[in-house]
Structure formats: C-alpha cells, structure tokens
Design a binder for this molecule. Sequence first.
Ligand SMILES: [Mg+2]
Length: 253
Amino acid sequence: MIQTKLKQNEPVLLILDYDGTLTPIVSSPEKAVLAPAIGLAIEKLASLPTVKLAVVSGRRVDSLLAVSGLSTENILFYGLHGGESLIAGSVINHATQEQQATIQSIRTLLEQSLQTIAGVRIEDKGFSVAVHFRDVQSTSVIESIEARVFSIFASNNNAHQLRLLEGKKLLEMLPVNFNKSHAVEQLMQLVPTHYPVYCGDDTTDLEALQTVLTAGGSAIGVVEAGEAFIADTPQSGIVSRQALEAFILSYFK
Ligand SMILES: [Mg+2]
C-alpha cells in the first residue's frame, strides 16, 4: 500500500527508527553502521518531492549522523527519543537544567552500584543516562542489574521529572518529555496532509507506533526474519528487517 502511494505521488511522511530497524542489533552501538547502498536509497527516497523522511532514534543526533552517514539535505533527524532535533544545521535540545542535574546524580549512583558487574556499560548521553547489558547472559545477574537501576531511579527521580525506558537489554533514564511520539506529533504537524508511516522494532517505539495508528497512518513493527514482534503492541503490520531493506533498496537506482 505504501509502495502504491509512492508510485501514485501521494504525499507520504516516512519515519524510521535506526537501530534494529535499518541495521541489525549489534554488541556495541558504534558498530551499527548503515550499509552504503541502503543509505543512498534512503537519500533517494527522501529526495522525492512527495516524501518527507525522518530518522528518530534513542541515539544522540551526532552519533546517529556518524553511524548512518546519511546526508542532512532532505532528511530530518531526531535524537534522544525525540529530545533532540537537528533543525537548520544545529542541534536543539529540550531538557531543563534541573533534569540534567538529576540525570548526572543518578549516573554517579549507577556507576557506584554497577561498576563491579562485568558486561554492564553505562552510557552518559549528557541529557540521559543508559545502562546497557547486551553482554550479560545470566538471568539472575540481569535481574540484579534491573533491581539496582529501578531502586536508584525510584529514590532519586525528584518531582517525577524523568522517566525510565526499557529497551532491548537496556534501561535508560531521560526527561519525561523525551518521547518518540512527541517527535512523531511534530512531524505530522509539519506535513499534515502527508500519510504518516512509522517503522520501529523496540519497546521504545510503542508510543510512536500508537500515535501514528491513532492518526490513521501505518504503524509498522520491524522484526528479524522468523522472529515475533513484541506482544500486545499497537501496529498495523509487521515486516522483517530484511523485507524493509529490500523495499528501501528498490529506490537505489
Ligand atoms: Mg530500534
């Protein structure tokens, strides 16, 4: 249906998550490099006059630009789950000073609590702090990590100014207003007559998928071939990452 709309020159707003949607999930974030042919095909799609294309990620915008190698010419970029946006060449951030201070004090406590556990990586994104444990296999160790993070978060989240986001082997604490669905709402306001499409693979995409679904657009869950999508997820269709890749590559000509 989306392909037909594009062929018939109907306006389409195409919003893509990055990790797990355009690239496979890998052990360290800097290895999630976009295949050059896919990058060129995305740029080609974004250059079509009827298409508005955006990449919305949990990464910082600069990290997203570095791993994707995508041109900023026709593509809009949102980082930190919508908390950061690249507008006219500069990165705009939407966190308050109080939120930043709370994030930094939580980061210190997390480092003290988790430093002895092998395979845990604490990523300070400045405006959010993420605990990654993709390299931890033991279920009991994972439970212990999660319990420590939940406890530190609950005791230090003054005035409920932050939220805790659960992703794939990831717990991230970030300002409550950092939400991919806010980015989706902004984009839909920017091009209100475009048909909105959102593609995402993770629990961090659920609110954005719901927002697009409510707006009457297409909310696409992306999975690795043969895997199931997250249960009870708002979505209008599920595609494999490989099929999405083939769809994008059909514009690489
Ligand atoms: Mg993802």
